[in-house]
Design a protein around this ligand. Structure first.
Ligand SMILES: Nc1ncnc2c1ncn2[C@@H]1O[C@H](COP(=O)(O)OP(=O)(O)OP(=O)(O)O)[C@@H](O)[C@H]1O
Ligand SMILES: [Mg+2]
Length: 325
């Protein structure tokens, strides 16, 4: 059995996990900083790195103790993300790998999200695949030809889809993070009440843009201040999800990919999951809700696959806040 310790600290979650033989999660611990950043309406980088420092030792000890056995490698997110936050995780991982004399495996955060679809009952990693990554910092369609071979087919030109949920939630005076609060508010609203724009809807591009949608919500609220908040939330969510479906179907037609992976924080959205399940006709790989947001099990799972191929790092590994996939 191969047991990998995963460490994720790229943004506002300090996460530690142990996975066995790739996908089986033995321990998964996430210390979220959401409550600490909530009063600022977004993540404050300096506060985030200090908080990682505060909790990482204790979390590591808990993870290793509950896994109860030898750790064979340490996998860590080395980018992209907030530099101060990444530095905490990477340096901690280097110290552990050095003292335990085990390999250090640097993992790209988005590769981690891709591997979240294969955890536990998700089945063994299966490629080729098309991946739709929808999170707070990314909106990307990625062609995955083979393990660790990626081609980015389209990205957002401005805001990420999760970021647009967060910004629109602020306009609607809903709590942070915006995704879950907009989803809740939308349950009592009419998704057809307002026709918000879907960027690049009628073109062949696989690019996304979400800043126009956010601005359209702002103008709608200025023009009709008495408009039902539930209708605005439902109509926004409808437009935000609709364009994801439109572009994903286009990418599936263009690539003939035999399976679709959808991952990242926004993959927890119930409307998105429902529409994917009913409208996509290739096998769909969706992480369970607990592995949509940032976690270290996904980093350890990607690390396991890298370790099998000897794609390991050394003690000269450094974090890179703008790391390319
Ligand atoms: N149910 C939901 N519906 C829509 N969005 C959601 C939902 N739950 C969470 N989100 C959004 O997911 C985002 C957080 O996801 P995640 O933690 O994967 O992003 P991140 O790690 O900050 O960004 P990245 O992975 O790009 O670095 C937030 O923008 C949040 O609003
Ligand atoms: Mg993430």
């Amino acid at each position: 059995m191969t047991r990998i310790l995963g460490i994720e600290s790229s943004c506002d979650e300090t996460a530690l996990a142990v996975v066995e033989d790739g996908p089986r999660v033995a321990v998964n611990l996430v210390a979220s900083q959401i409550d600490i950043h909530a009063e600022f309406g977004g993540v404050v980088p300096e506060i985030a790195s200090r908080q990682h420092m505060r909790v990482i030792s204790q979390l590591t000890q808990s993870a290793v103790e509950s896994a109860d056995g030898q750790i064979d490698a340490v996998a860590v997110t080395n980018g992209p993300g907030l530099m101060g936050s990444l530095l905490v995780g990477v340096n901690f991982a280097k110290a552990l790998a050095y003292s335990w004399r085990v390999p250090l495996v640097p993992v790209h955060h988005i590769e981690g999200h891709i591997y979240s679809a294969f955890l536990n009952d998700g089945g063994p990693p299966a490629f080729p695949a098309l991946a739709l990554i929808v999170s707070g910092g990314h909106t990307q369609l990625i062609q995955c030809d083979a393990p660790h071979e990626y081609r980015i087919l389209g990205s957002t030109r401005d805001d990420a889809v999760g970021e647009s949920f967060d910004k629109v939630a602020r306009l609607l005076e809903l709590s942070y993070p915006g995704g879950p609060s907009i989803q809740r508010c939308a349950e009592d609203g009419d998704p057809e009440a307002i026709r918000f724009p879907r960027a690049f809807e009628k073109t062949d591009t696989l690019e996304f843009s979400y800043s126009g949608l956010k601005t359209a919500v702002l103008y709608e609220l200025r023009k009709n201040p008495d408009r039902s908040r539930n209708d605005v939330a439902a109509s926004f969510q409808n437009a935000a999800v609709d364009i994801l479906l439109i572009k994903t179907k286009l990418a599936l037609r263009q690539t003939n990919a035999p399976r679709l992976i959808v991952a990242g924080g926004v993959a927890a959205n119930s409307l998105l999951r429902k529409r994917l399940e009913s409208e996509i006709d290739v096998p769909l790989l969706l992480p369970t809700l607990e592995y949509c947001g940032d976690n270290a099990a996904m980093i350890a799972a990607a690390g396991h696959s890298r370790l099998e191929r000897n794609l390991v790092g050394g003690l000269n590994t450094t974090p890179n806040s703008g790391l390319a996939l």
